[in-house]
Ligand binder design. Structure first.
Ligand SMILES: Nc1ncnc2c1ncn2[C@@H]1O[C@H](COP(=O)(O)OP(=O)(O)O)[C@@H](O)[C@H]1O
Ligand SMILES: [Mg+2]
Length: 287
């Protein structure tokens, strides 16, 4: 097999997840008096987004704070319902899945959050958090007495943590370790698609690189499709095969990093780009 065969295969692979003209409106909160004096106002957090997430790649979603990235990410895992538009997973409309397939969709698409301290239950040891995730998956697959210990050990290995940490509480871990646990818990569901919403924003720069490397490693080894959501174009440019730039609820630019970074057509992308130290831009694995 020649060197370009995998790249060609990836281009030809049907998208894992497709968004068609997705829109999400929020009703703005009004004060008590305003409720009588002002008409209801709506804001479109996501405003007609169409995207195809190719299977087996890392797809970057980048844009300034408030542009709608988290809303879009949560729509992809169906934590929130879009106001309009269609979400397809493996070609099937997710809103019309029969109940049993809806269940398996919930497992196959997982999310990792920015805030590691609030996404893990502070009163549960790591062992319990991971064990419950594994059990939930097994039970829904019809397995009555799941064996979790060996799998927990394997999950810890996959995310580069010592098994001794299983006995700790979340607050006894560092931010970087907590984020690895967040990723392990998502992996416990054996996902095909991982939405990582600002997974490194709360971490020191030195740790950011390690978590990004871990995501790249999971993509390589498990062929896990990842949507990496970030306000930081440098982070996204490093490991993403394709980048979509979002502004005020819309996708304003999309393409491989060398196109988006090398010749950004949109002024907004150039602004995002100008905040990156030069050395980092050249580090993309796809350039
Ligand atoms: N639950 C909500 N209710 C009302 N407005 C919201 C809600 N969630 C997000 N928004 C608004 O939608 C816009 C997009 O938010 P968000 O998706 O969190 O952006 P990002 O993740 O890019 O920072 C923002 O203007 C935000 O204030
Ligand atoms: Mg966000």
């Amino acid at each position: 097999m020649n060197a370009i065969a995998p790249a060609l295969a990836a281009i030809k692979a049907p998208p894992l997840c497709e968004l068609h003209d997705i829109r999400k409106e929020y009703v703005l909160r009004r004060g008590l008096l305003e409720r009588f004096t002002r008409p209801e106002r709506r804001v479109a957090a996501v405003d007609g987004v169409s995207l195809a997430i190719p299977q087996g790649r890392i797809f970057g979603l980048v844009g300034e704070s408030g542009c709608g990235k988290s809303t879009l990410g949560q729509i992809m895992v169906r934590l929130i319902e879009p106001t309009s538009g269609t979400l397809l997973y493996r070609g099937n409309d997710v809103s019309r899945l029969p109940p049993e397939e809806r269940h398996s969709f919930r497992h196959r698409v997982q999310m990792v959050f920015q805030d590691t301290s609030s996404s893990l239950n502070p009163r549960k040891r790591i062992r319990r958090a991971l064990g419950e995730a594994i059990r939930a998956r097994e039970v829904s697959n019809g397995i009555k007495t799941p064996v979790v210990q060996a799998e927990m050990t394997e999950l810890m290995r996959q995310v580069g943590l010592d098994v001794a940490l299983l006995g700790r509480f979340p607050h006894e871990l560092s931010g970087g370790q907590r984020q690895r646990i967040g990723i392990a818990r998502a992996l416990a569901m054996k996902p095909e698609l991982l939405i990582a919403d600002e997974p490194v924003s709360s971490l020191d720069v030195s740790l950011q690189g390690q978590i990004i490397n871990l995501l790249q490693d999971l993509n390589d080894r498990l062929n896990l499709t990842i949507v990496l959501v970030s306000h930081d174009l440098a982070v996204v440019a490093r490991i993403c095969a394709e980048i979509a730039v979002m502004k005020e609820g819309k996708i304003v630019e999309q393409g491989p990093p060398r196109t988006v970074l090398g010749a950004p057509s949109h002024a907004y992308t150039r602004t995002l780009l100008s905040s990156i130290p030069r050395g980092l831009v050249g580090r993309s694995r796809y350039r």
